[in-house]
Design a protein around this ligand. Sequence first.
Ligand code: MEV
Length: 429
Amino acid sequence: MKTSRIPGFYNMDVEERRQLLQKMNVVSDEHADYLFSKEPLSLDTADHMVENVIGTFPLPLGLGLNFLINNKEYIVPMAIEEPSVVASASHIAKIVRTAGGFKTEATDRVMIGQIQVVGCEDMTAAKDALLSARDELIAAANEAYPSLVKRGGGAEDFDVRLLNASSDSPYTQMLIAHIYVNTCDAMGANIVNTMVESLAPSVESITKGKVYLRILSNLPDRCLARAKCVIPPSLLASEGFSGEEVRDGVVLAYEFADSDPYRAVTHNKGTMNGIDPVVIATGNDWRAVEAGAHAYAARHGHYGSMTKWSVDQDGNLVGELELPMSVGTVGGSINVHPMSKLSLELLDVESASELGQVMVAVGLAQNLGALKALVTEGIQKGHMALHSRSVAVAAGATGEMVDMISKQMIEAEDIRVGKAQQLLEVYKR
Ligand code: MEV
């Protein structure tokens, strides 16, 4: 039985961790080869991915452990440079699994393509004409991408909005047509962009207007994933703080974020600290996910918290997160980058929908990890302790020296490159 609860993983060396994954049968031999390769993303492949390539830019790939989501075990690959993120996600996931795990769900995966129409003589008549042609336009969009229809997806809805109706300026009044497309397991940007570009001539002839933009919207609010956890306060107690204190601190932190954009953006950054590394590790477009998540956090007219934390009638802490999740398990760089293939194998998800659900669960865990630290000892203590190893490396420490120097800096409560250099000098003498 696969488990994501691997006690002692943290204390193993990299080689031991890799071997354990192979022994656990969560990585195939082919993908394990990528792990052991010095250049998992070859220069040749990189050169075909983007322009003007001069090299590749590796990031640490860590594993978020202990995740139990809808009663399924998940080992979560996280590509990130920031210390303490992976540890914090795994710490909270351990608490949540003791409380029964995360529960997640998702809507259908429907992406939105936009077509901007200007210069119509009568905007309202043009809008009505487009709406009357709804079925033909949906059919035409599907003809532009027949393979998607074969896979069970395709364009399924169409509507039109008139923006700035009361304006006289030809620059501001415009019709925006939306085509809604179920993109199955693909993120869908190419599919949707192909469709909206193919529809543009018909839209011009129906409206007698001019089409300018034809592009995917990165606010796919019909492609949502939700995660929830319910945690008894006893599981939240931490050195010097009762579980109730931590629970109440988390709710107060949420209310702070939800009422103040200066705090909301940092609070949400903490949530995205969990989501982005999984988006990156699986070869998905993290700019798209980031953009959608922040816009969704402002959907009520003010920018607020992505997560919601409350107390239920039994005194439990309840966490919820709902976000648009425009991620795929096929297409784009996912099938090109060897490490994303490895990550998807580790995650063992069957669909893009399941992948999005794992991501929101990790985001919820990450947000709680940050808040739990912030309402208790503060984040610097744990953060600096983990950061100390990077500081030791920056000062020139290698091998066993990294942990030795890092330990001494923690003991001295002085974690700086200068201090690490001083300590290294002692060993060099
Ligand atoms: C740091 O990367 C993330 C935090 O700032 C998030 C937060 O303040 O909630 C710790």
